[in-house]
Ligand binder design. Structure first.
Ligand SMILES: [Zn+2]
Length: 440
């Protein structure tokens, strides 16, 4: 019934989104040569649009020695300069396109836990609704289904009424991720039991807090799919969420700057880039493509933001490309779950920086812990904080994690592990590494 009303409403009001949605379903099933051709055309098109209409890109590319003809050549795309967060912050309004009407520029604010806030614009004409309809479909969820959200901000008063009217007859329930208490969880559970949402969309830390509370009491909260975002999903967290929500967990990769970059499909073998709308490149410290499968810095291009172009934008995250085609048959390339941020670095007295492999320390026994965090002191000593699945039960896995980390360091640094009740997160994001060691 709800699905029927949703279909009728979108047929009336969202004709453009429905057309975009139909095209997107075709795009994910094209053959390899068509996919490669579409990708290079879209890349050159957005680079050229940026050069032609954004003063920021005009200067950036000119200074790097690229002419308009060079930029139109798809083979040159991976040589174009990378845009860092600092450049974006300094560039400000100079990124705006002069040929796109300013009514399309929707302000999106980001930052907080990872540095100074960043103000970007999303494109009001981007087919964002169709993008999430498509990904929900990968998870067996219809956009008209009832849903639950654990978010950082709640709508109140008039805004809440407008939101509810927009979604009617679908019901959406919310829990504020910034203020999770036993009482607020219980209220959320009461609403859940009235609505029985088919999808939970949550920040990893928020969903983990709810699941931990319920698991302690031996309770479950069944649904059809759980989607998480905004932090690295650790293996123990996935297991916990799947047992409490009795549903598969789908990792997603998205940001305030670029919504819906990648998401897991039903195969759960990496995250498919929504590659008709975004391009993901993995690069080394010099901005060059790494070899297939190697870990590097994630650089994203948004094909559908014409008002505030983001071309070869460095997200500040690390990942790697997964080779081969997914068992689900979709054409879109896959990346491994994001392996922490570039800032998640351990330093050694000899000046080495260790960024890779840190999230896998407990892979020998992923069920043993819920979560971990690596804390490095100013004297380079390292303590692995971990939350065991049950109090006192993670000792053996922790000893093995200490050995793995010593091997990774290949230097004689003190490494210990300590059981903790919880890992502190800021605004729903917990860091994998906190290092207070000086940079050499
Ligand atoms: Zn797949």
């Amino acid at each position: 019934m709800k699905r029927t009303i949703f279909e009728a409403k979108t047929r009336l009001l969202m004709r453009r989104d429905r057309r975009a949605f139909a095209a997107m379903l075709r795009n994910e099933r094209v053959d390899e040569p068509t996919f490669v051709e579409n990708m290079s055309k879209s890349s050159a098109r957005i680079a050229l649009h940026s050069f032609d209409s954004s003063p920021f890109y005009r200067d950036l590319y000119t200074a790097a020695g690229f002419s308009r003809i060079d930029i139109a050549e798809p083979d040159n795309f991976t040589s174009l300069p990378i845009v860092t967060k600092t450049m974006l912050r300094d560039g400000g309004d100079r990124l705006l396109s002069s040929t796109v009407p300013s009514r399309r520029a929707l302000v999106s604010q980001t930052g907080g836990s990872t540095g100074a806030p960043l103000r970007v614009r999303n494109d009001a004409d981007a087919p964002t609704a169709a993008m999430w309809w498509r990904i929900y479909r990968w998870w067996g969820v219809h956009p008209g289904d009832d849903m639950a959200f654990i978010y950082r901000r709640l709508r109140r008063g008039k805004e809440a009424l407008a939101y509810a009217a927009q979604w009617w007859p679908s019901r959406h329930i919310h829990l504020d991720a910034r203020a999770i208490t036993d009482a607020s969880i219980e209220e959320f559970v009461r609403k859940w039991e009235r609505v029985h949402p088919r999808l939970l969309v949550a920040y990893v830390e928020g969903a983990t807090a709810v699941a931990t509370h319920l698991a302690k009491l031996g309770r479950t909260l069944p649904t059809t799919a759980v989607s998480v975002t905004a932090a690295m999903l650790q293996p123990g967290q996935r297991a916990l969420l799947e047992s409490v929500f009795q549903a598969p967990v789908f990792d997603t990769y998205r940001s305030a700057e670029i919504p819906w970059i990648a998401a897991e499909c039903e195969a759960h073998e990496g995250l498919h880039v929504a590659a008709d709308q975004r391009r993901v490149d993995i690069v080394d410290d010099q901005g060059r493509q790494v070899r297939e499968g190697a870990e590097g810095s994630v650089v994203v291009t948004d094909f559908s933001n014409e008002v505030f172009p983001l071309v070869r934008y460095e997200m500040g995250d690390r990942s790697r490309r997964i080779e081969g085609r997914c068992g689900c048959g979709r054409a879109f390339p896959r990346i491994a779950p994001v392996q922490g941020r570039l800032a998640d670095v351990i330093r050694t007295p000899s000046g080495r920086r260790i960024t890779g492999g840190l999230s896998g320390l407990f892979l020998g026994d992923p069920g043993a812990i819920r979560q971990m965090q690596i804390v490095q002191a100013a004297d380079y000593g390292i303590v692995i904080h971990y939350v065991p699945s049950a109090p006192g039960s993670g000792t053996v896995a922790a000893e093995s994690a200490v050995r793995s980390l010593r091997e990774l360091l290949a230097e004689d640094l003190p490494v210990t592990a300590v059981e903790v009740a919880s890992i502190e997160s800021q605004g729903g994001k917990a860091r994998l590494v906190i290092s207070n060691a000086p940079e050499m």
